[in-house]
Design a protein around this ligand. Structure first.
Ligand SMILES: Cc1cc2nc3c(=O)[nH]c(=O)nc-3n(C[C@H](O)[C@H](O)[C@H](O)COP(=O)(O)OP(=O)(O)OC[C@H]3O[C@@H](n4cnc5c(N)ncnc54)[C@H](O)[C@@H]3O)c2cc1C
Length: 357
């Protein structure tokens, strides 16, 4: 095919889905244009705020089984795709498959039991193979910083990815692969057509990955507020994501390789994007302190707030018609589900007979 006869594909939204999909479609002989409302080097979407946990088991307790199944698929895809991305981009994406640990304070120990029961209810006996009950010694061996806890659960297969490495790396690779990048361009998506203030352009297929930016086109799409703090500590080093189970709030702490830890807990049914509240920051800080009192001296280096794009049933949304695919609603599962969802969309673009190697 000559470059004039190649299929032209537009992707709207340069967040997690948009970047990953653009990268996957680069393997075919197509022209790709990625439109982003903000600056691509300073991601505005939920993808930048996220903690990057890839935790099918932890999420299963509050979600449908589809999230777990697609999460497992994504885990395998991340292993493969992150290696390919690292080769193409020449640096690490920070994908770590070291499992995650759940703990609860003595008086809340029933939370761990309840978690295990719910998993068994959904997965049957296979839950036992995927979850290891840790006694005090096993917990200390695995996570020495959690020495004040007597018991925990180890979710072996879980992983996390450093989104602050992944997203810039994806951008560099897209540049290298010749994707046309149109930032600071807020667009609307219709079949075969991308429109923006002052003009429109036509494509063989438009893929709408605008997250909450697609609210007017997707009935029931809503934002669910989340808040995170980033702390830096020289004294406490966690080896993997840790979740603290508590009857009222559930803290997660995701350590990065640079001594920083991303912590969060909150999920608020609101599209408010104002800064983190005093209450949330106190609750997050005190939960963190209760993991290990040496966190008291950690420095709060950043706070972030954003809204997760969610559908009415909190499941991913893919709409496919001639000339237009809309993909959205990754909710709190963007990193958990993106590869599986992107692969589904890739197949749908192929069905429109636009993709040739
Ligand atoms: C606090 C918090 C913590 C999270 N933690 C996790 C986690 O640990 N694990 C996990 O799996 N998920 C997590 N998530 C969820 C995850 O971040 C989202 O599911 C994911 O980012 C959704 O990806 P997306 O590409 O659909 O949307 P986004 O990442 O929001 O990207 C949408 C992009 O579209 C652009 N855009 C919007 N409108 C337009 C327009 N009109 N024209 C052009 N561009 C437009 C935006 O600027 C943005 O760049 C978290 C989210 C939050 C808020």
């Amino acid at each position: 095919m000559t470059s004039e006869s190649k299929a032209k594909i537009a992707i709207a939204g340069g967040g997690l889905l948009g970047r990953l999909l653009a990268w996957r479609l680069c393997q075919y002989d197509v022209n790709i244009t990625l439109f982003e409302a903000g600056k691509l080097s300073v991601p505005q979407g939920a993808c930048w705020t996220a903690a990057g946990m890839i935790s099918p088991l932890s999420e299963l307790v509050h979600s449908e089984k589809q999230v777990y199944t697609q999460g497992l698929q994504s885990l395998d895809l991340w292993s493969d795709w992150s290696r390919k991305l690292e080769l193409q981009g020449g640096r690490a994406v920070g994908f770590r498959r070291a499992g995650s640990v759940l703990v609860a304070h003595g008086k809340d120990r029933s939370e761990l039991l309840q978690f295990l029961r719910e998993l068994q209810g959904k997965l049957g006996e296979s839950a036992r193979e995927q979850v290891q009950v840790l006694d005090t010694k096993a917990l200390r061996d695995l996570e020495p910083a959690l020495h004040s806890f007597e018991q925990g659960l180890y979710l072996r297969g879980e992983a996390d990815i450093n989104n602050h490495r992944l997203l810039p790396l994806l951008l560099d690779v897209l540049r290298l692969q010749g994707v046309q990048l149109r930032e600071l361009t807020r667009v609307n998506c219709e079949p075969w057509c991308i429109s923006f203030p002052g003009g429109e352009e036509h494509f063989d297929c438009v893929i709408d990955c605008r997250g909450l930016g697609a609210k007017d086109q997707i009935k029931g799409l809503r934002g669910v507020r989340g808040e995170v703090m980033v702390v830096e500590s020289r004294e406490v080093v966690l080896q993997r994501p840790v979740r603290l189970l508590h009857p009222r709030y559930k803290l997660y702490a995701v350590p990065r390789s640079d001594g920083r830890t991303v912590i969060g807990a909150t999920e608020i049914e609101s599209e408010d994007l104002s800064p983190i509240s005093v209450r949330s920051s106190m609750e997050l800080s005190s939960a963190l302190y209760s993991l290990n009192p040496a966190f008291a001296e950690a420095r709060i280096v950043e706070t972030r707030v954003n809204c997760r794009p969610a559908t009415m049933n909190n499941n991913p949304y893919i709409h496919n018609e001639e000339g237009l695919i809309r993909v959205n609603g990754l909710y709190r599962h963007g990193y958990l589900l993106a590869p599986a969802v992107v692969q589904q969309v890739e197949n749908q673009v192929a069905q429109q007979r636009l993709l040739v190697f």
